[in-house]
Design a protein around this ligand. Structure first.
Ligand SMILES: [Zn+2]
Length: 269
C-alpha cells in the first residue's frame, strides 16, 4: 500500500542530532521478521498554530490543533484505546490488563500549549496521555506551570520525567548525568507524591553510561526517539516511538498506527 508521502520527513534538528548520536537501529519493527510488534507510542511536542516567525525546528516539533483533533477523532472512530505509558509498562512487566488496540500518546518538554490544545481535547473525549516534563522549565515562559501539571495529573494524565534542564546527556560528565536524571525523578515525586517510573531521553540521546544512570535512579523504562512500534521483546530502557509530523495526512497517520511498513519505515536517520 502506498501512502501519499511525497517527500522525506523534515525532522527537527533535535531529532536529527539524536539520530546522529545513536547506533543504527532504525529499521521499522514492522519490517523485521520474527518481531512481535505490540503498540504504537506516538511522539508529539507542540500542538499549536504556526506563527510566521516559527523556524524549521519549531515547525518540525509542531502539529496543528485541527490536525490533532482529527487524529483523536480517528482513534475514537477506529477502535483505538488511549493508554498511558505507565499502563503500557505495567502491562509489559506484570501483564496487567490493557484495553484492545492500545495506543500511547506522549508529549515531550511540557510546552504551555499542551494544556489547552491537548489536555482539554483529551478530557473532552475521555482520553489519556503521557507528558514528559522538564522540572527546571516549569513556571517559565512557554512552559507549563506546576499547578497545570498537577491539574492534568488529577484528571488522569500520566506525568513522567525528561531530565532537569534538557541537556544532551551523552555530552555530560557522569556526576552531571546523575544529577539530571535522578533530580528530575525526585522533584516530580516530591510534588506529585508517587513514584515516577519512566524517563524520556532529551533529544533521544543516550549511551551506556546514561542507560546505567537511568536504571540506577529507579526508572523502570525509558523512551527514545528511535522510530518504531514497541515490541514485547524490547529492552525497556530503549523503547521506540512513532513520530507524528505536521505534514501527515490522516491516511499517513492511520498508516503509522497500523505500522504499515511504507509509512513507518520513514526512518529519521
Ligand atoms: Zn525534549
Amino acid at each position: 500500500m502506498v501512502f501519499p508521502l511525497n517527500r522525506r520527513w523534515v525532522l527537527p534538528a533535535t531529532v536529527m542530532l539524536s539520530a546522529a548520536l545513536l547506533p543504527a537501529r532504525g529499521q521499522a519493527r514492522a519490517t523485521r521478521p520474527g518481531v512481535s510488534i505490540f503498540a504504537p507510542v506516538l511522539i508529539y511536542h507542540h500542538v499549536k498554530l504556526l506563527k510566521p516567525t516559527d523556524n524549521a525546528i519549531e515547525r518540525g516539533l509542531t502539529v496543528l490543533p485541527a490536525q490533532f483533533d482529527a487524529q483523536l477523532d480517528h482513534l475514537r472512530t477506529h477502535g483505538y484505546s488511549t493508554v498511558t505509558a505507565i499502563a503500557l509498562i505495567a502491562h509489559l512487566l506484570k501483564s496487567t490488563k490493557l484495553p484492545p488496540n492500545p495506543v500511547v500518546l506522549t508529549f515531550d518538554d511540557g510546552y504551555t500549549d499542551v494544556y489547552v490544545d491537548v489536555y482539554q481535547q483529551l478530557r473532552r473525549r475521555h482520553m489519556v496521555a503521557t507528558f514528559f516534563i522538564v522540572p527546571g522549565f516549569l513556571n517559565t515562559p512557554r512552559y507549563l506551570t506546576w499547578s497545570q501539571v498537577t491539574d492534568m495529573e488529577h484528571h488522569g494524565m500520566d506525568i513522567e520525567a525528561h531530565s532537569m534542564s534538557h541537556p544532551d546527556l551523552t555530552t555530560l560528565r557522569p556526576e552531571a548525568v546523575w544529577q539530571e536524571v535522578t533530580r528530575s525523578r525526585q522533584v516530580l515525586m516530591a510534588r506529585l507524591h508517587h513514584p515516577i517510573d519512566i524517563f524520556a531521553y532529551p533529544y533521544g540521546a543516550y549511551n551506556t553510561a546514561v542507560l546505567r544512570a537511568v536504571s540506577r535512579a529507579g526508572f523502570q523504562a525509558a523512551l527514545t526517539t528511535h522510530q518504531g512500534w514497541v515490541a514485547r521483546s524490547d529492552q525497556l530502557l530503549t523503547l521506540p516511538r512513532v513520530y507524528i509530523d505536521i505534514d501527515d495526512t490522516l491516511a499517513v497517520f492511520a498508516g503509522r498506527l497500523r505500522a504499515v511498513p511504507a509509512v513507518l519505515a520513514q526512518d529519521p536517520t
